[in-house]
Design a protein around this ligand. Structure first.
Ligand SMILES: Cc1cc2nc3c(=O)[nH]c(=O)nc-3n(C[C@H](O)[C@H](O)[C@H](O)COP(=O)(O)OP(=O)(O)OC[C@H]3O[C@@H](n4cnc5c(N)ncnc54)[C@H](O)[C@@H]3O)c2cc1C
Length: 402
């Protein structure tokens, strides 16, 4: 029986293991951690947004530059297929008000338990606490096990599903890049995606507002406007609306050193109406009281406005304009350790249409280690599952033609 090593027991690796085992192939999953799919479990803490229910054309556009590359894989294992797969494991799903799809349990753990059981029944073997270190001179895979000893299996094909570099304590730290770079495989540097951004707050602001949400807001950048909420932190700003713009913000900062985000601190009110309200006399009220009473702004929003020294002397129209388009200078991204996902990865030119590395016959790649990024909303897991399925099909074809 043909044998396949799947390296990386996250969603991309495990779905590939399932498809391969169903095709009658002997599969061993290796992972450096003592248990599988830790990032998937962490995603479950936020409800496990598996995929999205919007039409496929809109869905695909979320992948930006990688849309063309991912289309065939997602067409072959669609958001509907992913929902059915989840339900097939005994976890019914529902569509939230935003169109996002979640398991009804809002957790990853029951799904993962059922999945592991299915994999075990299919005969998939697991070798945990195996840290992959590339290949030896004879072309065997090299793992270091928990005892520090080397294991050097020589499977008929290999799937690399080692993830990106965000939240490294969950297992994926991007250390695989050096083993592939050694083989002359081009890799776009792993960068934070769906991340927060640094802001140089004043000490007073930081002490008062770090940890507070600012909501509702609408953030604008480069012609994109995202409604939602943001969280003020010790050294910057993060949260759903920020993550949604993170790719273009990150690139602008990389080019110019810093960039400006526009925040609408009163998205529910037209500027003219707001300006009208602010023509009320302040009658000795502080700016803070005046804005709270006349514009119902949250303390954090008022704090932001007060960071602008001249706000207190502004006339109504000018103040309304500032509230509707507050400029915030972002100076950098938060560290990749805190990002939801990574941008970058194995360059698309390095893999064929079956996701086999052109320079390494019999070695395939799937999941977040490929060069794509997407906002939150279920697009991350969908692409991991779809490329995992595609790589499994590619491996089956490869083994059949061997
Ligand atoms: C807090 C958080 C919340 C998230 N929520 C969502 C969500 O709701 N919806 C969504 O779509 N996405 C979400 N994501 C993103 C999603 O979890 C990832 O995109 C996805 O898990 C990536 O899957 P993967 O299989 O490619 O890699 P991973 O899940 O990272 O799995 C890779 C595996 O490879 C192993 N590994 C790495 N290097 C080695 C090595 N050298 N040797 C051996 N093993 C190794 C790791 O231990 C790991 O188990 C979230 C991420 C985070 C951090």
């Amino acid at each position: 029986m043909a044998s396949v090593a799947v390296i990386g027991g996250g969603p991309a690796g495990l779905i590939a293991a399932e498809k391969l085992a169903q095709a009658g192939i002997s599969v061993t999953v290796y992972d450096r951690k003592p248990s599988l799919a830790r990032k998937f479990l962490m995603a479950g803490r936020g409800g496990l947004n598996l995929t999205h229910s919007e039409d496929l054309a809109t869905f695909m556009a979320r992948y930006g530059a990688a849309e063309k590359k991912l289309t065939a894989y997602i067409n072959a294992f669609t958001p509907t297929a992913l929902r059915e797969w989840c339900e097939g494991l005994g976890e019914p799903v529902f569509v939230g008000s935003s169109g996002r799809v979640f398991p009804k349990s809002m957790k990853a753990s029951p799904l993962l338990r059922a999945w592991q059981l299915r994999l075990a029944k299919l005969g998939v073997e697991f070798r945990l606490q195996r840290d992959w270190r590339g290949w030896n001179g004879a072309g065997a895979l090299v793992f270091i096990n928990a005892e520090g000893a080397e294991e050097t299996p020589t499977p008929d094909a290999t799937l690399l599903a080692l993830g990106g570099a965000s939240w490294p304590r969950l297992g994926s730290d991007g250390s695989w890049t050096k083993y592939l770079t050694d083989k002359n495989i081009a890799i776009s540097p792993l960068r934070p995606s769906n991340c927060g951004f640094t802001v140089q707050w004043s000490d007073i602001f930081r002490a008062k507002y770090a940890g507070q949400p600012v909501k509702p807001v609408a953030l604008s950048f480069n012609g994109q406007r995202i409604a939602g909420e943001a969280m003020l932190t010790n050294n910057g700003i993060e949260g759903g609306a920020v993550y949604a713009l993170s790719s273009s913000l990150r690139e602008a900062i990389a080019e110019q050193g810093s960039t400006q985000l526009q925040i609408d601190l009163k998205p529910g009110l037209e500027q003219a109406e707001l300006s009208n309200r602010l023509t009320e006399s302040r009658r000795g009220r502080s700016l803070s009281n005046f804005l709270r009473q006349e514009a119902s702004l949250s303390p954090a929003a008022i704090g932001l406005l007060q960071e602008n020294q001249s706000a207190k002397n502004m006339a109504a129209a000018e103040l309304a304009a500032l509230i509707k388009s507050f400029p915030l200078t972002l100076t950098g991204t938060f560290d990749i350790d805190r990002a939801i996902s990574s941008a970058g990865g194995i360059a698309w030119d390095e893999v064929d249409e079956n996701l086999m590395l052109k320079r390494l016959t019999g070695v395939f790649a799937a999941g977040e280690m490929l060069d794509w990024e997407a906002p939150t909303g279920g697009y991350l897991l969908q692409a991991c599952f779809s490329t995992g399925v595609a790589a499994a099909e590619g491996i089956s074809l490869f083994l059949n033609n061997k």
